[in-house]
Design a protein around this ligand. Structure first.
Ligand SMILES: Nc1ncnc2c1ncn2[C@@H]1O[C@H](COP(=O)(O)OP(=O)(O)OP(=O)(O)O)[C@@H](O)[C@H]1O
Ligand SMILES: [Zn+2]
Length: 470
């Protein structure tokens, strides 16, 4: 096949309603649709557009689908390519392909060029032929630099590894708008499950809220697959509807097939994480000098099962001793909560990063900030041999003391407010993510007011209506 006929424009029948649970990304992309519908009018009215848009996020979260939906909404041609495709057939033709692609796209404008896995040409690793890749990448940069604002071609690229991209690609005037397409939260998962089960007959025992709660870490593609597998199994079994058991079966099947096994967490782990993060949050809330909580979450991300994010107030170039002690206490809060609720035998390794951070802070207090009377106001450089054995052990004693006292303060605090800890943990298990304000509202008994809780979808409402009737 001659290289210049390889790029065929598709017409997309996808719409924004086909992509759910990623509302923020959709909102950010809406103006692109307006632009594509009438590029000249848009720019005449003063609209400024990014040249290229980078969709970032884990596999299967709907990046390709979103790009197709933009084309569908705007009614413009969609050129699909993937980074690996440029090089895979004949090494060295990548640059020519890029040139051909853009030429064709300009002829069909307004239109969308979508480049999946852009890291395959724009990344630094895994390339067989560095020289050829560079030429491909350079050609892409040349094409993008040659764009005029109103020529009607929008380039959208997707990657799972934005960090690995060549700097030149993300410079202003190139892929200068980044839109994140994250794994869906509980509400998003519910919407995706509803979308894909709308054409499937569900038994009334199926509560998609429960399924959504039990599938953290799954992407949209996983959830679509979950419903599909369950429907297949039900029809093979000759059943006339998908039951909760069938869904459990499908979930196991998917988890076994994927590395997701670690990503999707068990109910038990979720509970442990909820108390752990709840412990951090409650100590932060009740300790004078601690930074305010931005949010707490038990959504797994990377290697972490959850986290509490704090927002330091103002611009903190230096911290007081009181603020440092508060930080130590907040670090301790996670482990202390685990121990308090589940017993000393059941504490987990989940606190290892907390312990590491607390220890480094305590050590800095002793060796760099002159905050230990026993060690004195003196800088000790532990990375050299300049610190004698006796001093070293004195330093260790002081660090240990700081950590132990902090552990005791956190234990006293969480023991006294155990009920609040349970309230936060329960709310985290229900909602996965809570803002600082929401945590305060829950503790003051106000509950969550204007939060878009997982709304009972059509199917649940129907199921609820059925169960009331019976
Ligand atoms: N948010 C979503 N809403 C509806 N369907 C989704 C969503 N996310 C994923 N899907 C389903 O999963 C399929 C795969 O998603 P898609 O190819 O768009 O993911 P991607 O983010 O481009 O993944 P990759 O990084 O692996 O290319 C879609 O065709 C769709 O069926
Ligand atoms: Zn922790």
């Amino acid at each position: 096949m001659p290289a210049n006929t390889i790029h065929m424009a598709e017409s997309s029948d996808k719409r924004f309603t086909d992509v759910v649970g990623v509302d923020e990304a959709k909102a950010e992309l809406e103006e692109i649709v307006l632009y594509l519908k009438d590029p000249r009018r848009f720019t005449r009215l003063g609209g400024k557009l990014p040249r290229g848009i980078l969709l970032t996020g884990p596999p299967g979260t709907g990046k390709t689908l979103l790009a197709r939906a933009i084309a569908g909404e705007a009614g413009v041609p969609f050129f699909y390519t993937s980074g690996s495709e440029f090089e895979e057939m004949f090494v060295g033709v990548g640059a020519k392909r890029v040139r051909d692609l853009f030429r064709e796209a300009k002829q069909r404008s307004p239109c969308i060029i979508f480049i999946d896995e852009i890291d395959a040409i724009g990344g630094s690793r895994t390339q067989r032929d560095q020289q050829s890749m560079k030429m491909t990448l350079n050609q892409l940069l040349v094409e993008m630099d040659g764009f005029e604002q109103n020529n009607g071609v929008i380039v959208i690229a997707a990657t799972n590894f934005p960090e690995g991209l060549d700097r030149a690609l993300v410079r202003p005037g190139r892929f200068d708008r980044r839109v994140s397409v994250p794994l869906p939260d509980i509400n998003g998962r519910l919407q995706i499950l509803e979308l894909y089960s709308s054409k499937t007959k569900l038994d009334k025992c199926v509560d998609l809220n429960v399924v959504a709660r039990g599938t953290p870490g799954m992407s949209g593609a996983d959830l679509a697959n979950l419903i599909n597998q369950a429907a297949l199994k039900a029809s093979l079994d000759g059943a006339n509807a998908v039951t909760m058991d069938t869904i459990e079966w499908a979930k196991d099947k998917i988890l076994m097939g994927a590395e997701l096994k670690n990503a999707v967490i068990s109910e038990e782990t979720a509970k442990m994480t909820a108390y752990h993060e709840g412990g951090h949050a409650l100590v932060a809330l009740k300790t004078d000098g601690a930074d305010p909580i931005h949010k707490a979450t038990i959504m797994p991300r990377g290697h972490s099962l959850g986290m509490v994010m704090q927002l330091p107030e103002g611009d903190q170039k230096s911290l007081s001793r009181k603020q440092m002690l508060a930080r130590l206490d907040v670090f301790m809060g996670g482990r202390v909560a685990e121990e308090l609720i589940f017993g000393a035998d059941n504490i987990t390794s989940g606190a290892s990063s907390d312990i590491y951070q607390a220890t480094s802070l305590a050590r800095n207090m002793v060796t760099q900030y002159g905050m230990s009377s026993k060690v004195g106001i003196m800088f000790h450089d532990l990375s050299t041999n300049a610190v004698g054995g006796q001093t070293k052990s004195k330093i260790d004693d002081e660090v240990r003391l700081l950590l132990e006292q902090s552990y005791e303060r956190a234990t006293a605090l969480l023991t006294a407010h155990r009920h609040d800890l349970e309230t936060i943990a329960a709310a985290l298990m229900e909602h996965e993510t809570l803002s600082g304000a929401e945590i305060k509202a829950i503790l003051s008994g106000k509950g969550l007011t204007n939060r878009n809780k997982p709304k009972p979808g059509v199917l649940q409402r129907a199921a609820a209506a059925r169960s009331v009737q019976q």
